[in-house]
Design a protein. Sequence first.
Length: 454
Amino acid sequence: MPKLSIDIPSTFVERIERLAAEESESLEDMAMLLLRRGYDFEVTKPEVEPDRSQRPGARSDARLDWWREARFGLFIHWGLYSVPAGVWNGRDWPGIAEWLMYRAEIPVQEYEKLAAQFNPVKFDAKAWVSLAKRAGQKYIVFTSKHHDGFCLFDSAVTGYDMVDATPFKRDVLKELAEECAAQGIKLGFYYSQTQDWHHPDGDGNDWDFDPAEKDFSGYIEDYVKPHVRELLTNYGPIAIMWFDTPKGISEQQSRSLLALCNELQPDCLVCGRLGNALGDYATAGDNRIPEEILDLDWETPATINDSWSYKVNDHNWKSSVDLIRKLVDIVSKGGNYLLNIGPTGEGVIPQPSVERLEAMGRWLEVNGEAVYGTQPGPIQGRADLRTTSGEGVVYLHVFDWPADGQIRVEGVAGQEARLLAGGEALAVEESGGALVISVPEEAPDAAATVIALR
Ligand code: FHN
């Protein structure tokens, strides 16, 4: 293979190194991916990109109250890509597995054949929804159509859907919607509005279709809008339309999609990735957590391993301690955590995901009052702890347990301190302008021990 010797700016090298570490790829593979299929190569993106921010006025919109209270949701990436699970023609493709079609430039006619293999006989809407409940998650966002263009719902506008094109023939959205209603959890739909690698006029597929020939406006009018109409008409009350990757969508197009959602289901929220800063709430970058409180309603979508959809060779699972701390970190800055699972092509949720979500649920059972419906706490920027607050109470979420048995906090008042785990009262005294809380020798919880200070 010919070698190319060029000087690359150090910022790009750092970016390659960071992405390679994040996705557990070799530097060579990551550099190849970046060159080959133009990963977004911006070196320093803010956690919330301006076009994915919150529309003016939404910050005080009461329609978001349930979502502000919820703090923790379940994201589900499931589709045709779950079948090859990151492997194509015997090669394990680097990167997130739902991007396989794009990364491997699989022709539409080849990729479509996956539909005949998508027969998820182990799909069990009841079990999926009850896992979210056990995890303490208050809403679910499910991929109705990802960038590969395959629809997981029965659509009258295309035959490229779960009911018409797979041996399974079941409308999984309908089953999930019914189950969410039965178990009392809100349901949202992920929908890729700009990228569609199957539709000749959708964005992204330039190996089958000539970009110069594409009628993107026609695709939005005659394909995306009818889909949105179906999604918001046929499945009962939908809590969120989670559009994704706005890319080149125009402001007028984003506005018209927003207007359609508002017309069909006025209470349905629209996430920031609708584009053009028109979302009801801001969407941070994937797995990105802002350093500080943002004066916005915002959400971090995040993975448990590296890939969103099931990837057979992705074993890079974050620990449950890490995930609990990420949840706490996000909530302490006023955000929501939308944590993802990628079920297999058979419909099985990988066991490492189940275990981690259940561990989070056990933690939330004890400490949920310090998470749900809370506000960012008064102490920010400390590495050893985070704070959230409620009516007359500050919650200290202690990550690093003190060796000397005392936690010192400044800038908070309080006479009574209590461990949420077990309810034990702790001695509190003022000393030198700080509150000093005496704590047991051992940390009661390895992930985060919560102390309620009143
Ligand atoms: O390209 C997608 C990706 O596959 C995944 O769906 C994530 C989830 O937030 N959104 C896009 C990248 O930001």
